[in-house]
Unconditional design. Structure first.
Length: 570
């Protein structure tokens, strides 16, 4: 079927092609094609003629428009040149005006520069004066409450002692209903009875109540007793030597003084800080001139007392060395017009203290003392020398509070100092209120967290406003609190450690009062003897219930150990 269709299509095509071939052979096809071509050419020629006419018309209109446009352009150009000339005139005037303004600006700029230089000089001078004023203000306001300045150096401008007690409106003295505390009754040495007047005994309106009224008067008397021994002297006919019977102990010179007078003069001079002249005068007056001791004898009491109390000093050293915590400090001394130091070691648990005379402070002042080999905790006032000794350290919180008060006064624009001062007060209140209770780890952790937050606040404030050169104590304290955090807060981790070094400060004031009274020591040996005496007296006061005077009397009655011969040192 497909082949049939295919053959049919081929036959139709063959017939069509044969017909076209016949037309070409007869020329009919060419004639038709020529007529068709002529018709197309005539149509195109008509179109071309029409387009040429339109083009010519367009050319004419364009020429006319161009002519009109050129006329308009000429008019616009004339107006533009006229306006341009006017603008040029305006520009010229403006240029001249600008030149005048620039000259005026340069003149004003020069004047302003000169004024700025003067202002800079004035501001620089003002800033310098402000720094001086701040420095002088800090120095004027410096006292024992806001710095490490001791209260003994406060001078005439002393602060009024604050009194936080509220007024009750009651009269001073004993209050109604309160049982009074009368004077202590003494055992009488003499008793006298006062007979009753006859107007009471003979009048029947009076009768005895059975109560006896007693009143005493206490009298103190200085009884001078002089005990004298004598013996006959003999002489050897052959040798000429003079001999006599030995005298009892204590009878060395022609006139000797026993421990009662020595202890009396020693305590007056070293604990009451009375001068040698006043001791002589007072002792002479109370004995009605019977006892006249020399200043040399009074001056030698410290040396004699130190020589007779070496065992007590050894005991003090033993207790201090065995103590888990030591308070340490240096204080200035004066020897023969030169400077020296006194190293103070104290134990709050052993009730013992040791004054040590040293030629200087620092490592040289510690060498040879028991502190050099001490292995416990040291409490001090941020003397970097002490960090080379002991195992742990606690810095004095009282000194930190003083520095914070100074920072609050001299850096009022900061806030970290007030916050840290409040935190330290809370820490100390918490520690002092523990009693027999143990430290709470959670409370300690909270204190340390707040401590770190306040120091971060201090860092931000000092970065925003750097510390002044005239006052850097606040910034120095901030750096110290960051670097020595463990030594600042050790008292919150160990209950044996005190929060401040007040013990050494109190002991230092004992020596300072003596130093102020005597102005300067005559020799370094005298300073050593004085330190030994102060150490023994403090030890007796803290550990003895009886009379310290009587104990010192007995110490002066001791017999000195014979001096050892000095050995040659290779």
């Amino acid at each position: 079927m497909k082949a049939f269709e295919y053959m049919s299509n081929l036959q139709y095509r063959v017939k069509s092609l044969a017909r076209q071939v016949e037309e070409f052979k007869s020329g009919e096809k060419y004639r038709k094609m020529q007529e068709s071509h002529r018709a197309v050419v005539r149509s195109l020629n008509g179109t071309i003629k029409k387009l040429r006419a339109e083009l010519e018309k367009a050319h004419n209109e364009a020429a006319k428009v161009r002519k009109l446009w050129e006329e308009v352009i000429d008019d616009l150009e004339k107006e533009f040149r006229k306006e341009l000339k006017q603008k040029d005139n305006v520009i010229t005037k403006l240029k001249n005006h600008i030149l005048e303004l620039e000259k005026m600006l340069d003149q004003k700029t020069e004047e302003l520069r000169e004024k700025r230089l003067k202002l800079y000089e004035v501001e620089t001078l003002l800033e310098e004066e402000r720094e001086k004023n701040r420095k002088l203000t800090a120095q004027v306001n410096m006292n024992f409450e806001n710095s490490s300045l001791p209260s003994s150096l406060q001078g005439p401008k002393k602060k009024k002692i604050p009194n936080s007690r509220k007024k009750t409106g009651k009269k001073p003295g004993g209050q109604p209903g309160h049982q009074g505390h009368g004077r202590k009754k003494h055992t009488p040495t003499q008793v006298y009875e006062i007979p009753a007047p006859k107007k009471y005994t003979e009048d029947p309106n009076y009768y005895e109540t059975g109560k006896t009224i007693r009143k005493q008067k206490v009298i103190i008397q200085m009884d001078v007793q002089v005990v004298e021994y004598f013996t006959k002297e003999y002489r050897n006919r052959t040798t000429g030597a003079r001999v006599h019977a030995p005298f009892p102990q204590g009878y060395t010179n022609e006139v000797n003084y026993d421990g009662s007078i020595k202890a009396f003069a020693f305590l007056l001079g070293n604990e009451c800080n009375v001068s040698h002249d006043k001791i002589r005068k007072f002792l002479s007056e109370i004995t009605e001139g019977k006892v006249e001791i020399s200043k040399g004898m009074i001056n030698g009491l410290c040396k004699e007392f130190a020589a007779k109390t070496k065992e007590e000093k050894t005991e003090i050293c033993r207790k201090l060395f065995a103590s888990p915590v030591l308070n340490v400090d240096f204080t200035n001394a004066s020897v023969n017009g030169g400077s020296a130091q006194v190293l103070i070691l104290a134990s709050p648990s052993a009730n013992a203290a040791l004054y040590i005379a040293r030629e200087s402070k620092g490592h040289k002042g510690i060498q040879g003392t028991l502190l050099e080999n001490y292995m416990g905790t040291i409490v001090h006032d941020h003397d970097l020398t002490f960090y080379s000794y002991g195992q742990k350290h606690q810095e004095c919180m009282q000194h930190n509070c003083r520095y914070l008060i100074g920072s609050e006064q001299n850096e009022p624009e900061l806030t970290w100092n007030q916050k840290m001062h409040g935190l330290f007060r809370e820490m100390l209140h918490y520690r002092n209120g523990l009693g027999e209770d143990d430290l709470d780890p959670e409370a300690v952790e909270e204190f340390e967290r707040r401590y770190d937050e306040i120091l971060e606040k201090a860092r931000e404030e000092y970065e925003y406003e750097p510390p002044s050169d005239s006052y850097r104590e606040g910034y120095n304290l901030y750096q110290r609190l960051v670097k020595y955090k463990e030594s600042e807060l050790l008292f919150l981790h160990d209950k044996r450690v005190p929060a401040n070094n007040s013990l050494c400060e109190r002991l230092a004031r004992v020596y300072k009062r003596k130093q102020k009274q005597m102005i300067t020591m005559r020799s370094y040996e005298g300073l050593e003897n004085l330190c030994d005496g102060l150490s023994i007296v403090y030890f007796l006061r803290m550990n003895q219930e009886g009379s310290v005077y009587q104990t010192i009397l007995e110490m002066f009655e001791r017999k000195l150990a014979p001096k050892k011969k000095k050995e040659l040192v290779s």
